[in-house]
Design a protein around this ligand. Structure first.
Ligand code: ADP
Ligand code: ZN
Ligand code: MG
Length: 491
């Protein structure tokens, strides 16, 4: 169906409603109900045992660490963790599910009623509800390509059977594809900070199904939803939602009706295809898992899990904005990864002026990295190097002009700051008489600016400092220079 026929005006008459179901693999050493290694990329069918293969008589035992990680994820997402939750069997047949059922949770999930705050239009904050977070096991993988006989055969890799998952279901609170993108970005960031998943979409450790419907603006009831599967990046989720919203509007506008169905995203074609309708939907015949007792967590244990959480991104940004005098955007840059933020803060703590470390990292070093298309980890200048540079600036041992020149050399040669500084040892003029002479020259050459200064434009002092830094090739001692400029202009 071509999605070009409807005008933007028609589109604005409808309101999209979106809810996301996200599966994340938990970073445990072993699987959720057996002691097989939980590791991506192993030789097919090597991390398997009677339990995760579902052989008769084998019994599951719940992995304590998987519970801990799922509960930590739930707490980080502001959910209430149940003291008593129930594992349930979700019954279906598929070749990659040898047991014929998946152990999941149904009517008493591990956690409920959470939320994520996302930035919305106009600087506002929008709270997206989280209906539930439950534990379940992953299925195996069918391999349909990559073999010489893939045209006629499929292969099974059951290593993934029994990998611990947390499924996180949002309320239908999301209203635009951009909000969906923001929700996923925040969710991933929180889970990475909590350290419970690597959230690697390429390796399938984070997967997202998007539910979407439309309704005429002002209508209270939701329309029938379509579930879009098979989307493997956040950008594609946004694109799939954009496509699907327009498709649904077009169906309705041309007199049709949206049927509840599951559709698959095709990234190459940038469109969705119907996979199965509601009539073909599974009846999973959920019932309590007879081989596992209820999962009981005492309030004390839940508190212990909460204490294991680090400072989460939102709170950390708020603190760092105040502590280092950052813009929100700079705070996002510094907290993009927990490891990076930790390294920055550990280094900044040792500096005379931590704010200056933040500033150098973001502006001088960040700017050079960006210009070269490098990631922070690829920087030739270490955090210790930035601290050293900041301290030198702070003590007026180098001028900012000299710092720029030193950093240029660092990036040119791929060398750290300490090395370059030792070798180049920038000259500094500390002779007051010599600096005074340069200041006098600058003042004599720029009468207009002197007039402006004396008329009250005190920021003009910076102009003269700049002039002398230029004539002294950045070698004038900054403290002396500042002092002399003010003295001469005032005098
Ligand atoms: P199902 O029974 O099909 O699994 P659920 O009610 O459990 O449906 O909801 C699954 C997901 O779909 C949730 O994220 C929820 O927010 C979302 N959702 C439910 N109804 C709608 C709707 N009408 N439009 C868009 N999303 C919806
Ligand atoms: Zn196993
Ligand atoms: Mg459901």
């Amino acid at each position: 169906m071509p999605v070009a026929a409807i005008s933007p005006e028609v589109i604005t008459r409808y309101e999209p409603v979106i809810g996301l179901e996200v599966h994340v693999q938990l970073l445990t050493e072993t699987k959720v109900f057996c002691s097989c290694a939980n590791r991506f990329g192993a030789e097919p069918n090597t991390n398997v045992c009677p339990v995760c293969l579902g052989l008769p008589g084998a019994l599951p035992v719940t992995n304590r660490k998987a519970v801990e990680f799922a509960a930590m994820a739930a707490l980080a997402l502001n959910c209430q963790v149940r003291e008593r939750s129930i594992f349930a069997r979700k019954n279906y047949f598929y070749p990659d599910l040898p047991k014929g059922y998946q152990i999941s949770q149904f009517d008493k999930p591990l956690a409920e009623n959470g939320w994520i705050d996302v930035p919305a239009a106009g600087g506002a904050i929008k709270r997206i509800g989280i209906t539930r977070l439950h534990m379940e096991e992953d299925a195996g993988k069918s391999l349909h390509e990559g073999f010489s006989d893939s045209a006629t055969r499929s292969y099974l890799d059951l290593n993934r059977c029994g990998t611990p998952l947390a499924e996180i279901v949002s309320e239908p609170d999301i209203r635009t594809p951009d909000e969906a993108f923001e929700y996923l970005t925040r969710l991933k960031e929180i889970l990475l900070y909590a350290g419970v998943s690597d959230c690697n979409m390429e390796e399938g450790s984070l997967r997202c199904d998007a539910n979407v419907s439309i309704r005429p603006r002002g209508q209270k009831n939701f329309g029938s939803k379509v579930e879009v599967k098979n989307v493997n990046s956040f950008k594609f989720i946004r694109a799939a939602l954009e496509y699907e919203i327009e498709r649904q509007i077009e169906v309705v506008e041309s007199g049709g009706r949206i049927v509840q169905e599951t559709r698959l995203w095709n990234a190459n074609e940038g469109r969705t295809y119907s996979m199965r309708s509601k009539e073909q939907a599974h009846d999973y015949r959920y019932f309590p898992e007879p081989d596992l007792p209820p999962l009981v967590l005492s309030p004390g244990l839940i508190e212990e899990f909460r204490k294991k959480l680090p400072e989460l991104p939102e709170a950390r940004r708020a603190r760092m904005i105040a502590q280092y005098d950052l813009s929100l955007q700079d705070a996002h840059t510094l907290t993009a990864s927990r490891l990076f933020a930790d390294r920055f803060e550990a280094a900044a703590k040792t500096a005379r002026n931590p704010r200056r470390v933040a500033n150098l990292l973001l502006s001088e070093v960040g700017g050079r990295l960006k210009a070269l298309g490098l990631e922070p980890e690829q920087s030739p200048v270490s955090m210790a190097g930035i601290v050293q540079a900041a301290d030198l600036l702070d003590q007026d041992k180098i001028s900012s002009r000299q710092l720029k020149q030193l950093l240029d050399v660092c990036f040119e040669k791929g060398e750290d700051f300490a090395l370059v500084y030792e070798r180049e040892k920038p000259q500094q003029i500390t002779d007051a008489a010599a600096i005074e002479k340069l200041v006098d020259e600058a003042i004599a050459a720029n009468p207009k600016q002197v007039e402006q200064y004396r008329a009250g434009k005190k920021t003009m002092a910076g102009f003269f400092v700049g002039q002398v830094m230029r004539t002294s090739k950045g070698q004038a001692n900054p403290a002396l220079l500042n002092e002399l400029v003010t003295k001469k202009l005032e005098g």
